[in-house]
Design a protein around this ligand. Structure first.
Ligand SMILES: C[S@@+](CC[C@H](N)C(=O)[O-])C[C@H]1O[C@@H](n2cnc3c(N)ncnc32)[C@H](O)[C@@H]1O
Length: 257
């Protein structure tokens, strides 16, 4: 029931149902990538150069929190995992279902909020999110939920906008400045004047405390740096900015056994 959803989830559902058509082409391109060809984030950084995925995925139960068009889960399936995807947007899931059929890779897709997943405790070995729940859901709700869903020693891997980037992007969502435009202290909920969406971005100490309070050990924070000739279709960051400061960050954590 839409009217029982938290306000930010309801707003993000409406926006993502509206934006889904713009993400079809990227979904199609990303679904075609075979093991070893996967690329991450707005700069298309090769998995082969950053090694974000565990190398022992065979037989693991995985959940993608905010799976969108489902390509990350498709990559996991091709590497031997048993994925499940959950997403807040029925329109995004419609693309995911079509691409599943086209590629002959079927896995369960749930329409729902990654902050309250309708699945039992300790069902998964890996929870993953690339710009999904990781930025669109409230970390104070989705991190405890990821902890609940994971088995002891289960892994959590999520990709977010760089913390510094979120301090440098103007309210207009134009290109990031080389100056800090808003306070670091207190960062959590972000809204932009041009649309109804709600994002969440935390400072480093808050991320570490939140993860540890929910039973995770932080194993790595990978600050992604694009190659000099990398390109992006997103307007909010230039290659000069992203070569100087981390525009994308990947947290890797493991649930204490
Ligand atoms: C940029 S896409 C990322 C997914 C995937 N990497 C892709 O590009 O298709 C963001 C996705 O997060 C989903 N999302 C936003 N809030 C969510 C929530 N609370 N629970 C689950 N999914 C959510 C959106 O519906 C959207 O499909």
């Amino acid at each position: 029931m839409t009217d029982t959803l938290p306000e930010h989830v309801r707003r993000n559902r409406a926006e993502w149902d509206r934006w889904a058509a713009d993400y079809v082409a990227n979904g199609e391109r990303s679904w075609r990538l075979e093991p070893g060809e996967e690329t991450w984030g707005v700069w298309g950084i090769p998995e082969a150069s950053v090694g974000l995925l565990p190398d022992d995925l065979d037989g693991l139960d995985t959940i993608e929190l905010g799976c969108g068009t489902g390509y990350v889960s498709a990559w996991l399936a091709r590497r031997g995992a048993r994925p499940v995807g959950i997403d807040n947007s029925e329109a995004q899931l419609a693309t995911a279902r079509r691409l599943q059929a086209e590629h002959g890779i079927e896995f369960p897709l749930i329409h729902g909020n990654a902050e309250t997943v309708p699945l039992p405790d300790a069902s998964f070995d890996l929870a993953i999110s690339e710009y999904g729940a990781s930025i669109w859901a409230d970390p104070y709700r989705w991190i405890p939920e990821a902890a609940r869903l994971l088995r002891p020693a289960g892994r959590l891997i999520f990709l977010v906008n760089g913390t510094l980037l979120m301090l440098c992007v103007p309210d207009t969502e134009d290109t990031a400045d080389a100056r800090l435009l808003r306070p670091y202290f207190g960062m959590h909920r972000f809204e932009w004047p041009d649309d109804e969406s709600v994002e969440f971005h935390l400072g480093y100490g808050d991320w570490i405390r939140l993860l540890r309070e929910n039973g995770f050990d932080v194993e790595d924070l990978v600050e992604l740096r694009p190659a000099q000739d990398a390109t992006t279709t997103y307007p909010f960051v230039t290659i000069e900015w992203a070569r100087s400061w981390p525009s994308e960050e990947v947290w890797k954590a493991r649930k204490r056994a």
